[in-house]
Ligand binder design. Sequence first.
Ligand code: DC
Length: 337
Amino acid sequence: MKKLISIRGAVTAANTRSDIAYKSRKLVDRIYFKNGLTDADVVNAVFSVTSDLTAEYPAHAVRETGRDIALFSCAEPNIDGTLRGCIRVMITAYSNEKPRHIYLGKARTLRPDLTGVYSIALDGPSGAGKSTVAKQVAKRLGLTYLDTGALYRTLGLKCLDCGVGTKNASAVEKCLKSVEVGIEYADGVQRVLLDGSDVSGRIRTPEVSMAASDVSAVPYVREKLLDIQRDAAKKSSVILDGRDIGTVVLPDAEFKFYLTASAQVRAKRRYDELIGKGQDVTLDGVLRDVNERDKNDSTRKIAPLKRAFDAVEINSDELTAEQVADFIVDYVSEDTE
Ligand code: DC
């Protein structure tokens, strides 16, 4: 049974009719999206505005979008030293989820617990371009980038080295029992360590890709890699790419994106990448691997590949990695600057 929750939010705006309208609508849309709400779930939305905002009622602007909920606006008293140009909202709704409060722009300073360090979850199937995009976004926003697939690849590699069947859960667990996986950054580039040795080069083969996909279905493997991923997000602002970042690893990530592309487009990209590295592969072979890994990754019992309900989906069939990175940087910057 859904219960009543209160969700808060705030945003700053210039004192013009259009800016107040735009920011109020954006705030409400973002609250709906991040909390998985529709008008049918919402009881009411009450706005308050600081006394320097006089050009428009937020409730009026939201009403114009056709939202069929009870809306109300009121003015806040003028209190010295508080944030100016601020629109606040309290939305009461029926939900099964815990409330996700939204603070945008300068209003983020009102909630130190929600500000400072933030995380971006970037999930999607193999070959969608996640790592290329994540590297660009990390560079432009000054974030730490963690390629979580590299961690699964490292454990897949270890199993191949041990000669155990990568689909055999108990053999995989036995082989990995005392193995240490580490991450290091050299000149901003991530290196993965297997028992202290750098294996970053060895993990990029089709054989290791399949092994990683196989071992990633083993509960022990997922459990073993959980802390290393969550710890990275505690220390600094991060972008993590993977399959279950928005759903399992960082369900509370401030920003979530799900990057897709058709299997053909993804296979061609991966093929070009492998050929560029001098590997002996065929396009048909790579397409077969892509389809098999998609099936493996999305049908496994724990933490399958799937879009988080509050992730923004981006189809990159017709977009370059740079265009996808532009979209993410703009989206995040609009909320954090
Ligand atoms: O992103 P990649 O191709 O390097 O990932 C290799 C495999 O690791 C992928 O087929 C599934 C698994 N993986 C996962 O299960 N969860 C993640 N967060 C990242 C990768």
